[in-house]
Design a protein around this ligand. Structure first.
Ligand code: AMP
Length: 412
């Protein structure tokens, strides 16, 4: 009797919870409200140009009602005031009190070596995130500012943090250690951390559910190909290698980021008169698909350019696909066998041609793409491999916010 009572009581307490997911950048604040445990998205909003005169807020609720307001928003605290007004707005909002929000899930970029899972935020967690700011100077400080402002704005909610790095904390030492003097790891914690962890974890779960497979006996390679790109190999539900490193600059060719290169290039450019800060700026903002093509960081523009005969656009596409292909090959080599290959992110979900290029001539490692399925899948969850392909190839739309909401709900 007592057990059934507990189950009943728990169930009562855990339904119809509203979770607000926050993603704070230096000048932007993205927010989404979820109804849990269904994972139903109720509200989606964004504030941009925080700190500028022409800041604005845009919000859409689940019945499609949209509103947009231009107003000067000087800092994150002021931004949260706008969020509250928008959520409570009689015509364009959905809630009648902010106390209806049970938990707030914050996206945090860097959790260092301390966090291998999402956590409830307290003073220690805030201090730890502050300590990791050295490793993510552009991301962690605005994340902390967002957390502090949100805690003041929603004092009765539980606040949780989900880290981009935490899924990759299972990497073995030989996969995360750079071949540098060991004291650089000891002194400065220089090692591979990996990013996009929330996305890789989300698509892994969706892929396992879809294929009706248990994580314990399944190996996956997940390719998150968007403006930022990373690829992860997963065995028994644990990330065992990933392409991004100490920072999100390493690995695949991205929209504007170089990915892997010979580190000696940096010294060579210094000798040619470049300053380090300019080189870092080039590697992050002027390289990748934009750097090679000279046209755009957006694959759609580059595909158009290539069709019109622009040679550099064609090289950018070929180089992008070639790098992903090489990583898939190397990740197959570090697993006993790969069972599922997942494509996600703006490019992975939408570009039929890029998936085709990447999978071309990978039959020797069991990857057989079905050209018709690849065209027909749209940007929905579905199989794009042939029936006889040893590796099941899937397109899985990612949803990092839903994953954060689920973590926050579980913790709350
Ligand atoms: P994300 O960062 O995941 O939002 O991905 C953004 C990128 O996805 C864009 O920069 C485009 O390069 C790419 N993308 C989105 N839709 C398409 C499409 N239909 N075809 C090719 N690339 C696309």
């Amino acid at each position: 009797r007592s057990r059934s009572y507990v189950i009943y009581f728990t169930h009562e307490n855990m339904t119809n919870k509203k979770i607000l997911v926050i993603n704070c950048g230096s000048s932007s604040l993205k927010y989404q409200l979820f109804l849990m445990p269904e994972g139903l998205n109720l509200i989606k909003g964004i504030i941009e140009k925080i700190g500028a005169k022409d800041s604005f807020i845009k919000q859409e609720i689940k019945d499609g009602k949209k509103f947009e307001k231009k107003t000067e928003i000087k800092d994150h605290k002021a931004a949260f005031k706008q969020v509250v007004q928008a959520i409570l707005d009689k015509e364009y909002g959905l809630l009648s009190s902010i106390d209806e929000i049970n938990a707030v899930g914050h996206r945090v970029v860097h959790g260092g070596e301390k966090y291998s899972a999402s956590v409830v935020i307290d003073k220690t967690v805030i201090n730890d995130i502050e300590e990791c700011s050295d490793l993510a100077p552009l991301h962690n400080p605005p994340n902390i500012e967002g957390i502090k402002s949100a805690m003041e704005t929603f004092p009765n909610a539980i606040h949780t943090a989900t880290f981009d790095t935490s899924f990759h904390q299972t990497l073995p030492e030989y996969a995360y250690m750079y071949a540098l003097p060991y004291e650089l790891y000891e002194k400065f914690k220089i090692r591979r951390y990996g990013f996009h962890g929330t996305s890789h974890r989300y698509v892994m779960s969706k892929a396992l559910d879809f294929c009706k497979r248990a994580k314990e006996n399944t190996n996956l390679i997940t390719c998150h190909l968007g403006n930022g790109c990373s690829i992860t190999s997963i065995a028994a539900g644990r990330s065992i290698d990933t392409s991004m490193g100490l920072t999100p600059l390493e690995g695949l060719i991205m929209g504007t980021r170089s990915g892997d290169l010979d580190p000696a290039i940096i010294g060579y450019l210094v000798d040619k008169g470049y300053e380090i800060k300019d080189i870092i700026n080039i590697l992050n903002k002027k390289s990748g698909m934009l750097g090679i093509s000279g046209v755009s960081n957006d694959l759609r523009d580059i595909e158009k350019g290539a069709k019109e005969g622009n040679k550099r656009c064609q090289i950018a596409i070929d180089a992008f696909a070639y790098r992903v292909k090489k990583y898939i090959g190397s990740y197959c080599a570090v697993m006993v066998k790969c069972d599922i290959l997942v494509f996600t992110g703006g490019i992975g979900e939408n570009s039929v041609v890029m998936r085709e290029r990447i999978c071309k001539n990978l039959q020797s490692i069991g990857i057989h793409l079905d050209p018709d399925r690849n065209k027909l899948v749209g940007n929905h969850l579905g199989v794009v491999s042939t029936d006889f392909s040893r590796v099941t190839i899937l397109v899985v739309p990612t949803n990092e916010e839903e994953r954060i909401a689920r973590d926050s709900y579980d913790l709350a």
